[in-house]
Design a protein around this ligand. Structure first.
Ligand code: 13P
Ligand code: SF4
Length: 384
């Protein structure tokens, strides 16, 4: 197999391995046909056969056909904690994306095996910050004389080696449920934060939750010399935001919010902090996927909600809360394509292989990366 090492590799029909990407893009093996009417029964049988040796985690953006088999569902923070709290499970099947499975491998013991049912389930946002780019950016900060006072904080949605970079340089990981606490901690350690890779979560948290101004934030573009910034801009900034975003949440616009308010009087607008700043400032409520569910749970019957997050979750909210009206904030935004790669045939293949004594699609992080990434993850888990 030819391994491409350019920063923008092209893979024929999705096959190949990109050593610079957070995702595996090669998922070999025979899948059961999606049309097999026995898939649900097969998954159930394999799961029963594995018993307590198996623990299945499901992110809220997973398909219903998969989420029905999750022992626990959650946002990325909750799932990281759940993975760390299951030392008895020999197999952790992670129905989510690659960076989540990597984090589970880092937080579990060597004896435990973490399985990602489709190795091609990566995350386009995580791929927007590669290790080489981040190392280069750090050199830029060193040359500007500010690396010593800068704390790197990476969103969970990043590769294990970016998390390890943060661990090595005195930084931490955060998720959308604890970004403010992580930034409070980071500003106690240093004067500036390099926030990776989601500029929107970084900006929204800094400006809307911590009282920083938009002028305190600069955007570092890894594709431009010096990040596209002068040394003076870097020295004046408090938040150096990486130029990354979520391809799903980044599509909601401020016009979507205006539009739904004009069409639906009294509507509550509830969005994820990966949305752009102008969307979040126009919304009524902002928070992680777990927060979004709790908001709807607590909402009065008869209330109406326009939700700006991934479509699988919004649809599920509609069925979970039939006494409330739940609508999608923008009709042309679609599912997260990589989350959706985990489907019933992939889950069945993983579970049946494990039940037959064959471990497929295992995610392993090398010991050195694990060590430093765990330092950064543990700093997050220890946040007050
Ligand atoms: P949370 O699970 O932290 O809400 O993040 C959403 C997301 O985009 C996960 O990929
Ligand atoms: Fe990545 Fe966005 Fe998909 Fe989450 S929803 S996995 S951040 S592309």
């Amino acid at each position: 197999m030819v391994v491409t090492t350019t920063s923008l590799p092209l893979f024929v029909l999705g096959q190949g391995v990109d050593p610079h990407s957070e995702r595996g893009v090669d998922c070999p093996g025979e899948l059961p046909p999606a049309s097999d009417p026995a898939l649900v029964a097969r998954a159930r049988k394999a799961k029963e056969a594995l018993g307590d040796r198996l623990f299945v985690l499901g992110h809220h953006y997973q398909r219903d056909e998969v989420i029905q088999f999750a022992d626990v569902t959650g946002d990325s923070f909750k799932l990281a904690r759940e993975a760390a709290a299951r030392p008895e499970a020999e197999f952790i099947v992670f129905c989510g994306v690659h960076f989540m499975a990597e984090s589970a491998d880092i937080l579990t013991s060597e004896r435990q095996k973490v399985i990602l049912p489709d190795l091609a389930a990566g995350c386009s946002m995580a791929d927007m910050a590669t290790f080489d780019q981040v190392e280069e950016a750090w050199e830029v900060l060193e040359d500007a004389g500010i690396a010593g006072v800068t704390v790197p904080v990476t969103y969970m949605n990043s590769s294990a080696d970016i998390k390890a970079f943060c661990g090595r340089h005195g930084g931490a990981v955060c998720t959308s449920s604890n970004a403010k606490r992580a930034l409070d901690w980071a500003f106690e350690q240093g004067e500036k934060v390099l926030f990776l890779p989601d500029q929107h979560l970084g900006r929204n948290t800094a400006v809307l939750e911590m009282g920083l101004s938009l002028d305190d934030c600069v955007v570092y573009n890894p594709h431009r010399p010096n990040g596209g910034l002068t040394d003076e801009q870097l020295r004046n900034a408090k938040m150096i935001l990486w130029r990354g975003h979520c391809s799903v949440h980044g599509r909601f616009t401020a016009e979507n919010v205006d539009d739904v308010r004009a069409r639906v009087p009294g509507v509550n607008v509830l969005v994820h902090p990966e949305c752009r700043h102008e969307v979040v400032t126009k919304a009524d409520y902002v928070g992680s996927t777990e927060y979004i569910i709790k908001q709807l749970e607590a909402a009065p019957a008869g209330s109406t909600w326009a939700v700006g997050t991934e479509l699988n979750l919004v649809r599920r909210l509609g069925t979970m809360f039939p006494d409330k009206t739940v609508m999608f904030l923008e009709k042309t935004v679609c599912y997260c394509s990589t989350m959706n790669r985990i489907d019933l045939p992939h889950l069945v293949r993983s579970l049946e292989s494990l039940a037959a004594g064959q471990v497929v699609n295992q995610i392993t992080v090398d010991p050195e990366t694990t060590h430093w990434a765990k330092v950064a993850l543990d700093r997050m888990l220890a946040l007050p």
